[in-house]
Design a protein around this ligand. Structure first.
Ligand code: SAM
Length: 391
């Protein structure tokens, strides 16, 4: 993390920076500084008689030349003297190659079409790591956009792809970038190969239901999303979400994948899950068949048609004054999915939930849940599972 140490005590530095975008903690302060490429979060820490300025790791759009200029500007502003710096004092903002884009450069450069000179077919890889697969895409005469958040990976890819076919290396979080920087129906194939599975924090996973919907908007009809993971449960989640979407259909297993992580996991004897989903239709914004978040609940339902036929709006009173009501069910015959609209109410809480039932899964599709399901609702969902399984 680039840093400089200032000969100036912490309190004086804070006094000099009052009025800036400064957030005070007990032992440290966070300063947000606007640079050319975005906002730089800078941490200020007391170090004996001195103050230590460090770029916080939340800085996404890093340009070391610019960081150097910013930290030195701050030093001047507080009248401090730099006594140690990990940055080269001669460093100047570097001029990045035309193939490198931050979101700002991307937009200022006219977006995808201008940057890739109206190339008809554009493939995208999110999280390209060492860049070897991206290089292969570009080598096949396709225009490609590689999206990464790791500076190390970006640096390598810029070198690896220098002088090769049309491509852009975009520094941005993948889910965000696809949603905000690509026009509708502009992507031919999108690769996400071995994304982090976040085993303890699944809510951080990239492939979530809203992202699947974004992909349905951004892919061309007939375009493919290609996924690979070694993580069994994440693989299941991917398959459920894409299968549940009316916009995608599973295609043949993609053979073209070869990456560093693929070889690594194979050499460790792990099973690899590869899948491809073909875009069939573009979603309409209010499509009630489309899922949101997912919370698997244990239940096994064999015949959705029977559930549909047996359905009567029903109410369950899990305990006390709370009740849980299944209001309506929608059946998607083609996919074999059922969507339930429900209401849960107790004196403090009223929630409208949608559940999607697909094979042996019942998924809670309601967004912004946080991570815990309130216990009475969890019991109600379990009862719903039993009710379904008993039909
Ligand atoms: C496990 S590595 C896989 C690298 C490569 N795809 C492979 O198979 O060898 C995951 C990569 O995703 C990148 N990454 C993680 N979160 C990301 C995000 N939100 N947007 C873009 N890239 C991301 C990481 O920096 C890392 O390079």
């Amino acid at each position: 993390m680039p840093h400089i140490t200032l000969k100036k005590c912490f309190k004086e530095v804070l006094d000099n920076l009052q009025g800036e975008n400064l957030f005070l903690g007990r032992e440290e302060a966070l300063l947000l500084v606007r640079g050319e490429e975005g906002t730089y979060p800078i941490i200020l820490l007391p170090r004996g008689e001195n103050t230590f300025l460090r770029l916080d790791k939340g800085a996404h759009f890093l340009d070391l030349g610019e960081v150097h200029v910013i930290l030195n500007r701050l030093a001047q502003k507080v009248g401090g003297e730099v006594i140690h710096s990990t940055l080269d004092p001669k460093a100047r903002p570097k001029t990045p190659p035309p193939t490198y884009a931050t979101p700002r450069r991307w937009l200022e450069g006219g977006g995808l079409r201008r940057l890739l000179k109206d190339h008809e077919r554009v493939d995208v890889e999110i999280g390209f790591g060492n860049g070897e697969f991206l290089e292969r895409l570009v080598g096949q005469g396709k225009a490609a956009v590689g999206i990464e958040i790791s500076n190390w990976a970006i640096k390598r890819a810029l070198n690896r792809l220098r002088g090769k076919g049309p491509h852009i290396i975009l520094k941005a979080p993948g889910g965000w970038a696809v949603k905000w920087l690509f026009p509708p129906e502009s992507i031919d194939a999108l690769y996400i190969l071995f994304p982090f599975p976040w085993p303890k924090r699944p809510s951080r996973r990239l492939i979530q239901a809203p992202f699947v919907q974004t992909l349905a908007e951004k892919l061309r009809r007939g375009g493919r999303v290609i996924l690979a993971t070694d993580h069994e449960e994440y693989a299941q989640q991917m398959r459920i979400l894409f299968s549940a979407s009316p916009c995608f259909q599973e295609g043949e297993s993609p053979e073209e994948i070869d990456t560093k992580y693929l070889r690594k996991w194979i050499s460790m004897g792990l099973a690899i899950h590869k899948m491809a989903f073909i875009k069939r239709e573009t979603p309409s914004a209010m499509d009630p068949r489309f899922p949101y978040l997912q919370y698997p609940v244990k239940a096994k339902v064999n015949n959705p048609q029977e559930v549909m036929e047996a359905f009567q709006p029903w109410t369950l009173r899990p305990e006390g004054q709370s009740f849980f009501k299944v209001e309506r069910i929608y059946l998607n015959l083609e996919k074999g999915t059922l969507l339930f609209r429900t209401t849960f109410q107790d004196p403090d809480l009223s929630l409208h939930h949608q559940f999607l039932m697909w094979k042996e899964w019942i998924l809670d599709l309601t967004p912004t849940w946080g991570e815990t399901v309130p216990p009475p609702l969890a019991r109600a969902m379990e009862s719903m599972g039993k009710w379904l399984a008993g039909l």
